[in-house]
Design a protein around this ligand. Structure first.
Ligand code: ADP
Ligand code: MG
Length: 379
């Protein structure tokens, strides 16, 4: 088990990178603490596999350091790093039995046969592979093959970390949920540092205690699912997390607040100070659909809006509203009625977030993002 520390890490696949756009990983610092269950969440192409491959040693970073428990591992080959990695597609020996496939990593390190037998039996039990232990791997279904591949990553409990790179992609949806629960259970049992890569927010939230959201080669936030929801550190986190994502409105600065479509919005004093301190014209406000407040009468802090669409999703409804020229979404609980007449909306100041150059600013001091969080100054 180990703490994995990335220091001034950057990677470009180009031999002669010209600008930040040529980097698959932009210069970053990040710490995966020992024993944590983490998810690395982001859209396709944002650099997730690149980061895992740098940690496991399959890829040599163009800049910076990878340290396990403070020790630089840059010169170590993958097998010397003591890391298990499970890939998107099964990596197994077709002509070997399931038992021998699972035993392989243990035999490789010359574990005693008795230990091998007990460990393989244990992991096969957890992954429900016991009935097929004697089968040749080539005769397995796609699901079973991937389970064997995962099992090979899980049999060793002496590894520094286990890295999963979208391991459930080829698994049947029904089984997916079950396997995710099992991984979590295995984590609770052995407390090995686990990093689970996915582009699915639900998968990330069910597996991980803490999620690193990656966007365009950078970790833009590292936090609990709740922190990502309540305090998105970057507009991408607002947009990507949640269903639907955060409402983001482009605004211009005015005295004492911001304005859009002729509507003036008051801001907190710390938000106003953040605005004063910048020359940027890229200013947005964001509010999650869950926090938009609907009223059936006029109020000082509310604006008239037009209801254009209602989508009933059973346990909740999504309302689409026109506010000036903006389209905003709001989420209503099942038992709340859709307003019939005129509607006014307000944005409770606690949940109204201000973004300059896409990063969250102007939060009260006690709500400031933690030091581990990514940000424009993190690199
Ligand atoms: P993810 O796993 O998040 O989908 P990757 O780490 O695979 O993203 O890719 C990050 C970026 O690096 C992408 O723009 C991708 O096209 C590029 N990339 C990945 N692998 C290579 C490679 N071997 N050579 C050149 N570019 C690559
Ligand atoms: Mg990938």
């Amino acid at each position: 088990m180990a703490e994995i520390r990335l220091e001034s890490l950057a990677h470009s696949y180009s031999a002669d990178p010209q600008s930040v756009d040529d980097y698959a990983i932009r210069r970053m610092n990040h710490v995966w603490a020992d024993g944590g269950a983490y998810a690395l969440l982001g859209p396709s192409g944002c650099g997730k596999s690149t980061m895992l491959n740098i940690i496991s040693g399959l890829l040599r970073p163009s800049e910076g350091f990878v340290k396990f428990d403070g020790i630089d591992v840059k010169e170590l080959e993958p097998q010397e790093r003591n890391i298990a990695q499970v890939f998107q597609f099964p990596v197994i020996y077709d002509t070997m039995t399931v038992f021998d496939n699972l035993a392989f990593p243990l035999r490789n390190m010359k574990a005693p046969e008795a230990k091998i037998r007990s460990k393989v039996t244990e992991i096969a039990e957890i992954l429900e592979l016991t009935p097929v232990l004697k089968k040749k791997a080539q005769h397995l279904s796609a699901d079973e093959k991937q389970k064997v591949s995962m099992g090979r990553g899980l049999v060793r409990d002496d590894v520094s970390a286990i890295l999963f790179d979208e391991p459930l992609t080829v698994i049947d949806p029904h089984l997916k949920w079950k396997l995710r629960r099992k991984l979590k259970q295995i984590h609770e049992q052995f407390n090995i540092t686990m990093i689970y890569v996915t582009h699915d927010q639900l998968e990330a939230a069910t597996f991980a205690d803490k999620i690193a959201v990656m966007y365009d080669g950078a970790i833009v936030q590292f936090g609990t699912p709740r922190e990502l929801f309540e305090q998105p550190n970057h507009t991408f986190v607002g947009f990507f997390i949640g269903s639907p994502g955060m409402n983001l409105i482009e605004v211009s600065e005015v005295s004492d607040g911001v304005i859009f479509d002729g509507m003036r919005m008051a801001l907190s004093s710390s938000q106003l100070s953040a605005l004063e301190a910048t020359d940027s014209k890229n200013i947005k406000v964001g509010i999650r659909p869950e926090f938009v407040h609907l009223w059936d009468e006029q109020r000082d802090d509310a604006w008239p809006a037009l209801l254009t669409h209602v989508e009933d999703l059973g346990t909740y409804k999504i309302l689409t509203l026109k506010l000036g020229n903006q389209t905003i979404k709001t989420r209503l609980a099942e038992e709340v009625d859709v307003p019939e007449g005129d509607i006014w909306v307000s944005f409770p100041s606690q949940w109204l977030k201000l973004y300059i150059d896409e990063y969250l600013v102007g939060e009260e001091a006690d709500e400031l993002p933690s030091e581990e969080q990514g940000g424009p100054d993190a690199a």
